[in-house]
Design a protein around this ligand. Structure first.
Ligand code: AMP
Length: 421
């Protein structure tokens, strides 16, 4: 137990943390380019927020939340996603009083009691966007193009963008009735989850992964054929904008959310080389969510991208960059008496902005050279008894092999000059 982490969790070790930093840096560049600003919310919230903000009939709330009572008897949940927290923060901090729309992004860990497998974990990380305050389809097109731009910039090009409209509280009840009529004589053949969805949330039957349910939903009516004029115009507007931006898409009537506060646009981006867990991005409009969480009726739209899945895709396509852990100088003390002078030199080099390390293991000269080579280090600064006595340093250029005895006082300056060459 003590030497094994909880199921579904993963350590990000030094040999891969550079890949995470690369993806995060690219995210930050794209967000800056699109004028989205970072928000960081706590990783736990009152459970009530997620019951409201995600919906009590969703799989996340019904089966996947990490919920506990804290020592003050509060009901707390580790965030399974970040939209509800962002909306809570938007209301609590009155972000609606600032420039509109409010354009936010986040990067961080999420927690779901999911069945762990490749690309599916219990602690995983999402990058997400929330754009709050704008009604029209242009902002929908903007966030979709941001997601595509990011994935393309990372080198992922075989993307499949699926879009749908889930309507609004005006047109959805009509569709819901049609759907229930369609499934009426099929209910007994559906899985137990879908049998309870039939009354509570029939649209969710459409995205059930169970094969029998999928078979029985063949030929079901489509929401896009039942949209009111406002939703229909919005959807047409989005398709026109995506076409104008050169972003190809496929209509997928099975892409649903089915809760009242999810409205209009729903989308997903798949990267098929990933196989079973091919969804890298999921998003949609939530025009009813802010009012549901206690704010004034305010439109919003967002998406979340799974960072582990993006990294898996980059690894698969050999698109991960080489992680450079090289240093400029390795300080090599020879003997206990030279430790202090070596540490002083190391400190001075670091103060000057030079990446440096030294031997802490009392290695032999040969072993130190081997270690420095492995790093790799550009220079080795050797301080033995003679060098110490003469106030000098033996500087070895590891690339050329040349070796020079340098005055200690000149060393830092000299290295800076060498580095600038
Ligand atoms: P969702 O919040 O469920 O719409 O998921 C958005 C994205 O997060 C998905 O497309 C996945 O890339 C990623 N994701 C969701 N659940 C997990 C999980 N358990 N493990 C890893 N990635 C996940």
């Amino acid at each position: 137990m003590l030497t094994t982490g909880p199921r579904g969790t993963k350590d990000i070790l030094p040999d891969t943390s550079g890949h995470w930093q690369y993806v995060e840096k690219t995210i930050r560049e794209v967000c800056r380019n699109f004028a989205y600003h970072e928000i960081r919310t706590p990783i736990f919230e009152h459970t009530e927020l997620f019951l409201r903000g995600i919906g009590e009939t969703t799989d996340i709330v019904e089966k996947e939340m990490y919920t506990f009572t804290d020592r003050g008897k509060r009901n707390i949940t580790l965030r399974p996603e970040n939209t509800a927290s962002v909306v809570r923060s938007y209301l609590e901090n009155k972000l609606y009083a600032g420039p509109q729309p409010t354009k936010l992004f986040y990067i961080g860990p999420m927690f779901r009691y999911d069945r762990p497998q490749a690309g599916r974990y219990r602690q995983f990380h999402q990058f997400g966007i929330e754009a709050i305050g704008a009604h029209g389809p242009t902002i929908d097109a903007e966030i979709i193009s941001l997601a595509v731009e990011l994935l393309n910039k990372l080198g992922l090009n075989e993307l499949k963008l699926l879009i749908n409209s889930v309507g609004c509280p005006e047109c959805r009840p009509v569709y819901r009735t049609k759907l229930q009529e369609f499934f009426r004589d099929k209910v007994s053949h559906l899985c137990s989850d879908c049998q309870s969805r039939y009354d509570r949330n029939p649209m969710r039957i459409l995205d059930c992964k169970n094969e029998t349910c999928a078979e029985h939903s063949q030929g079901a009516p489509h929401m896009v054929d039942c949209l009111c004029s406002d939703c229909s115009n919005h959807f047409t507007g989005l398709k026109d904008l995506l076409t104008a931006a050169g972003i190809s898409f496929v209509l997928n009537p099975r892409l649903v959310r089915g809760l009242d506060y999810y409205t209009k646009t729903a989308f997903e981006i798949q990267y098929s080389p990933l196989g079973a867990q091919s969804a890298v991005c999921g998003g949609g409009r939530y025009d009813g969510l802010i009012a549901e969480c206690g704010g004034q009726p305010t439109p919003g739209i967002g998406f979340a991208i799974g960072i582990e899945r993006v990294l898996l895709a980059l690894e698969k396509q050999e698109l991960l960059p080489f992680i450079n852990n090289a240093i400029d100088v390795f300080v090599a003390p020879l003997g206990a008496e030279t430790q202090a002078a070596s540490f002083e030199l190391l400190t001075e080099l670091r103060h000057a902005g030079i990446a440096a390390d030294m031997d802490f293991m009392n290695r032999s000269l040969k072993a130190q050279m081997k270690y420095a080579n492995k790093y790799p280090a550009k220079f080795v600064a050797l301080i033995g008894q003679d060098e110490l006595a003469q106030n000098k340093v033996m500087l070895k250029n590891m690339e050329t092999g040349s070796q020079n005895l340098i005055d200690r006082a000149e060393l830092v300056h000299m290295i800076i000059e060498e580095m600038e060459k």
